[in-house]
Design a protein around this ligand. Structure first.
Ligand code: HPA
Ligand code: ZN
Length: 362
């Protein structure tokens, strides 16, 4: 069955009717409390950002590492961020507990367990190989640890998964190229590359050769742009990196011509509302541009980014958007459909998940 495709002409009622499946009760007939989470694709997720405080302590103990925090409360007290860099400092520091394949596997399994409860049915997971290599952890250890769990994720958790190697934009392009070649040499099971870390002062233009090489190698391409950086970084990512998706991209709203272009190109924007509030990219959730982005016709999805640090997983993001900005059930379905359509999953998997969304009766 056909699902809403973001088209502008069909009325909301018509689109809603298209989502109905015979024999499945209409949304209004299902009591709120029995609503299962919507099936969604999570497209913007850093696996290292899923390290919950409890797991940080457990891994530190297993590896004989002394943390600079006495207990969970002391660690949690550090989760007050003033900007992206203040978060990145803690995010990289906490990676010290990840030493063995088992550590990476345990972290990945914990995320998938929680994501399944959040309704995630497909996840495209970024990892930061350079952040591990620089600590003396081999590519084999970090990639195999995560990939070994992803290989069985559909059977174990009902979540199809793809792995994306993200490159740190505050490091040199030479370093990124070197690591990309290593990943290619060992046939690492990655679907594509991403670009993350400190955005301001590290424009996409710095990584033109990296993205050209990735495209040449048949890899999919996404990049963080327009989280803290200006709209011109989004334009650079489109024109110089030939990205197929933009991570965050919220600052496009400062440039109406750019918005028009993104709408015309159906460019996916993986928006992370709770992250944007925690990193002060927006002041409050009530002022988040998501509703305006939807109204403009942008192809947006809702994602959790670094859920252990930003106060919640994908279901928490949806729940807070509903309660704070009054996001409608219709828009939630639209966001879920966008996430599935914007994924790098096979057409077959996308069709399967869109049918599942339709059958959810919302
Ligand atoms: N932005 C940029 N880089 C990151 C993030 C983020 O939110 N999380 C992990 N690396
Ligand atoms: Zn991110």
């Amino acid at each position: 069955m056909e699902i809403y495709d973001g088209g502008a002409d069909a009325s909301q009622a018509e689109q809603q009717a298209e989502l109905q499946v015979e024999g499945v009760p209409e949304f209004a007939e299902i009591p709120e409390e029995v609503h299962a989470p919507l099936p969604v694709a999570e497209l913007h997720l850093h696996i290292e950002g899923t390290l919950e405080p409890e797991l940080i302590f457990a891994l530190a103990e297993r590896n004989g590492i002394t943390l600079p925090y006495a207990d969970l409360d002391e660690l949690r007290a550090r989760y007050e961020f003033t900007d992206l860099q203040s978060f990145l400092d803690l995010y990289y520091a906490n990676m010290a507990v990840l030493r063995t394949e088992q550590d990476f596997a345990d972290m990945t399994r914990a995320y998938l367990t929680r994501a399944a409860a959040a309704g995630v049915r497909h996840a495209e997971i970024m990892m930061d190989p350079q952040a591990h290599l620089s600590r003396g952890v081999s590519l084999e250890t970090c990639v195999n640890g995560v990939a070994s769990v992803l290989a069985g994720s559909e059977q174990e958790f009902g979540i199809s998964t793809l792995l994306i190697a993200a490159f740190l934009r505050d490091l040199s392009e030479e370093s990124a190229l070197e690591v990309l070649e290593q990943l290619l040499a060992v046939n690492a099971p990655i679907v594509g590359i991403g670009l993350d870390s400190a955005e301001a002062g590290n424009p996409p233009s710095k990584f033109e050769r990296l993205f050209a090489r990735a495209k040449d190698a048949g890899l999919r391409r996404t990049a963080h742009a327009g989280e803290e950086g200006p709209p011109s970084y989004i334009i650079e990512a489109l024109e110089l990196l030939d990205v197929e998706r933009l991570d965050h991209g919220i600052r496009c709203m400062e440039d109406s011509e750019l918005v028009e272009r993104l709408v015309t190109e159906h460019m996916p924007l993986t928006v992370c509302p709770l992250s944007n509030v925690r990193l002060r990219a927006v002041d409050t959730l009530a002022e988040h541009p998501l509703a305006g982005m939807l109204a403009a016709g942008l192809n947006v999805s809702v994602n959790s980014d670094d859920p252990a640090y930003f106060g919640g997983y994908v279901d928490d993001n949806f729940a807070q958007l509903k309660s704070v900005i009054g996001l409608s059930e219709f828009d939630c379905v639209r966001l879920a459909a966008n996430s599935i359509r914007s994924s790098f999953a096979s057409e077959e998997r996308k069709t399967e998940l869109l049918a599942e969304l339709a059958a959810s009766g919302r």
